[in-house]
Design a protein around this ligand. Structure first.
Ligand SMILES: Nc1nc2c(ncn2[C@@H]2O[C@H](COP(=O)(O)OP(=O)(O)OP(=O)(O)O)[C@@H](O)[C@H]2O)c(=O)[nH]1
Ligand SMILES: [Mg+2]
Length: 283
């Protein structure tokens, strides 16, 4: 399966961000812990060059703590500012605000020396569905930004102010215009950052079977009441469909429904926690 998805609204969104970045003091870069390397968009990196940046390793509740640790060591070794966060709980609110103040300290000190009080303007960027709007809501402790578990929920730009003198700009998610590394595109599809309509669901499900055969074997068998994951992927489809009772009259099994069930289960932790990307030289 070759994944290519760059709808018109992303071109528009990138243009808007390129303008907006000139007016902000810093950037909050949202990453999904399950696929951190795949969430890095080189176009964002170019756009934010030179701006103080705080990386949020978000959705940390969806991965094993030991796996996130590998990434925190990696980010620390690169001298990057980051917070590991579960933005639904919002538990890291204080930590995120402190880090924002820290990365903006030179600018804040400059204003303070002139007796002026300056607010921090931060633009939140990230590929779709990483939790940008959820982060903003958790920081302002109310549902100001619209969220949803599918890519492309935020369309326009939206400023939200916090009592701490911080202004946050929500932006629409954007992926790179072309995926040179299709493995990364696949990982983005797995975490719901690519619109499902453009994906071949059966091929995506086969990738899930392959992943589970290597990483979540027992959980897969348990979920679909199988004794083993067969070597032959078509047989696995049959086994899952049979166990679920997904039949198409007398014509055999309903593969579409079977694929959708596996994709849903994979994305919603029913097949266990998943970790799709590791830092270089790990694992
Ligand atoms: N488990 C978990 N889910 C999260 C977390 N943060 C966000 N979500 C969920 O992820 C989905 C996407 O969240 P949004 O905040 O809409 O994502 P976004 O980055 O603004 O998406 P776009 O506007 O489409 O680019 C929603 O269903 C959120 O509830 C988190 O820390 N943990
Ligand atoms: Mg959003």
């Amino acid at each position: 399966m070759h994944i290519q998805w760059y709808p018109g609204h992303m071109t528009k969104a990138m243009r808007m961000m390129q303008e907006a970045v000139k007016q902000v003091d810093c950037v909050i870069y949202m990453l999904d812990c399950r696929a951190i390397a795949s969430c890095i968009n080189p176009k964002f990196d170019e756009m934010i060059a030179g701006k103080p940046t705080l990386y949020i390793l978000g959705k940390s509740d969806l991965v094993e703590a030991k796996d996130v640790k590998l990434w925190s060591s990696y980010f620390a070794s690169q001298g990057k500012n980051f917070v590991i966060a579960d933005n639904i709980s919002g538990r890291q609110r204080g930590q995120i605000i402190d880090k924002l103040k820290l990365i903006n300290k030179p600018m804040l000190d400059k204003y303070a020396s002139k007796g002026a009080n300056k607010s921090i303007r931060a633009m939140v960027v990230g590929v779709p569905n990483t939790g940008k709007s959820t982060l903003i809501n958790s920081l302002c402790a109310s549902k100001r930004a619209i969220t949803g578990n599918r890519p492309g929920v935020t369309r326009g730009k939206q400023w939200v102010s916090l009592a701490e003198g911080i202004e946050l700009l929500d932006t629409p998610g954007a992926v790179p215009p072309a995926f040179e590394d299709q493995q990364k595109a696949l990982h983005l599809a797995f975490i719901g950052s690519i619109k499902e309509d453009i994906l071949h669901l059966d091929e995506l499900a086969i990738e899930i079977i392959n992943y589970c055969r290597k990483n979540n074997y027992d959980r897969f068998c348990e979920r679909y009441r199988l004794e083993k994951i067969d070597e032959d992927n078509v047989q696995v489809f049959d086994d899952v469909a049979k166990s679920r009772g997904y039949l198409l009259g007398k014509k055999g099994y309903d593969y579409d429904r079977t694929a959708k069930a596996m994709i849903y289960d994979f994305k919603n932790q029913k097949l266990g926690k998943i970790m799709l990307d590791y830092p270089e030289n790990q694992k």
